[in-house]
Design a binder for this molecule. Structure first.
Ligand SMILES: [Zn+2]
Length: 443
């Protein structure tokens, strides 16, 4: 077998091959039908997403899976299990950013369908109903809100989000787009959904890695321990005073550029300090700029606008950093005679994945000879919504080159196959082992 595993027993090979073939067929159909050069576009509640949902449903009709939609249009493809009272979910979103890649999101759904195809080919039932979940609208580029699909799937969407408009093209509201696609925003606002969290043994989300870690370490599959939470200041400002560059002595300046630069350097040092003390943390000043309407070559800058993005898997660390940034802003502001206005704060809570689920995945990877590493997800995913709803959740990252949200995104099908082998190995775990995951979560 190829480098980095897995080792498979021969009786499983035929079933595995039909799952792998189904995946290749689906990826090719998705690429052909939702291609939008350069890359792929599947607009949330638009053509591309609808086509992707239809392709997934058509594929599963070949093996007689049941297909349901909740009031928000999330799609559930169910293969009956030995125990029909409970279910396991494998899924992800099917929308993309504009001119993105074919794998971000869709790989999770395709992998779930490949597992179903393999089980059917082997005439084997999963331990519980296996529901592949196709989620809507995960990418926040369409409607200014993340995880709309997973929130509606769990009856947890704040109803005011239904009024958010798709600024990227139509200018019409989420509710209108839902209705247009044949779904029921009124039921969504009442929290009606198809998932009964108490019946769900686990939610598993396979997803391409969006960073360079697996490629650089030559490891095909990552097992996610936690999804980082965040806080963001998207409209922060440093307010000083515009002045003539030649006529204003250094001691009399209120230079917003110098003060903002000081803050950036101090926050970078804070990151280094906390990271060396063992904190999980990532801090980014993604946008920094003077005001083009007022700035000039020969002017001391009176204002700098900036964005600050802080992520960690620990709520305590996020709280600690927010406090330290406030202190630094006050100190640096008074030293330079400027004022920092950090503006509104937004963000998300960290989501630890199920430790028991992670242990099971490590055990199965060891059994099939698959090289993995545990890692933290710096990007947000639907799995965070499931974890916040109290459902034991796990994420598997598949090695992927060139990041994501671009046409160059690149997953080797050999790595997809390795993840498929891991999931088929999980289906071999006895019902008691799965039940233990649910009870571990309750402790
Ligand atoms: Zn994604």
């Amino acid at each position: 077998m190829a480098k980095n595993g897995p080792v498979m027993d021969e009786s499983r090979q035929v079933a595995f091959d039909s799952g792998a073939a189904e995946a290749r067929r689906l990826f090719a159909a998705l690429s052909e039908k939702t291609g939008d050069p350069p890359g792929i576009t599947r607009i949330a509640y638009g053509d591309g997403e609808r086509i992707a949902f239809e392709l997934a449903a058509e594929a599963a009709q070949a093996w007689g899976a049941a297909i349901d939609h909740d009031p928000a249009g999330n799609q559930f493809i169910t293969l009956p299990g030995s125990d029909r009272e409970r279910c396991m979910l494998i899924g992800s979103h099917m929308d993309t950013v504009a001119h993105g890649g074919n794998f971000d999101g869709a790989a999770g759904v395709v992998l779930g369908l490949a597992v179903q195809a393999a089980l059917v080919a082997e005439d084997r039932k999963p331990p519980f109903d296996l529901r592949v979940v196709c989620l809507r609208a995960e990418e926040s580029c369409w409607f200014p809100h993340s995880y709309i699909g997973s929130k509606t799937a769990l009856g947890r969407l704040d109803p005011t989000v239904l009024d958010d408009v798709r600024r990227s093209d139509s200018g019409r509201s989420l509710a209108e787009h839902m209705r247009e696609e044949g779904f029921d925003p009124a039921a969504v606002s009442e929290g009606r959904c198809l998932i009964d969290a108490a019946r769900v043994v686990a939610y598993l989300e396979p997803h391409i890695e969006q960073g360079p870690v697996l490629v650089s370490e030559d490891i095909p599959v990552g097992l996610v321990g936690a999804i980082r939470g965040s806080f963001r200041y998207r409209q922060a400002r440093c307010l000083g005073q515009y002045a003539h560059s030649g006529a204003t002595p250094s001691g009399m300046r209120h230079d917003a550029v110098v003060a903002a630069a000081d803050l950036i350097v101090a926050v970078q040092a804070l990151w280094a300090e906390l990271e060396s003390a063992g904190h999980d943390l990532a801090i980014t000043f993604g946008q920094v700029g003077t005001d083009p309407a007022q700035h000039s070559f020969s002017k001391v800058a009176g204002e700098v606008g900036f964005c600050l993005d802080v992520r960690s898997q620990s709520e305590d660390t996020l709280g600690l950093v927010a406090g330290r940034i406030d202190t630094l802003a006050a100190e640096i502001g008074s030293r330079h005679g400027v004022r920092f206005d950090l503006g509104p704060i937004s963000g998300s809570d960290p989501a630890p994945m199920s430790k028991a689920m992670l242990d099971m995945m490590e055990r199965v990877a060891g059994r099939i000879g698959l090289a993995t590493r545990t890692m933290t997800s710096g990007a947000g995913h639907d799995a965070a919504t499931f974890a916040h709803a109290g459902i034991p959740s796990g994420m598997v990252f598949i090695r992927n080159d060139n990041g994501s949200h671009n046409p160059e995104e690149h997953m080797d099908m050999a790595d997809f196959d390795r993840a498929l082998a891991l999931f088929l190995g999980l289906m071999d775990e006895p019902a008691e082992a799965w039940a233990a995951i649910a009870s571990a979560e309750g402790t």
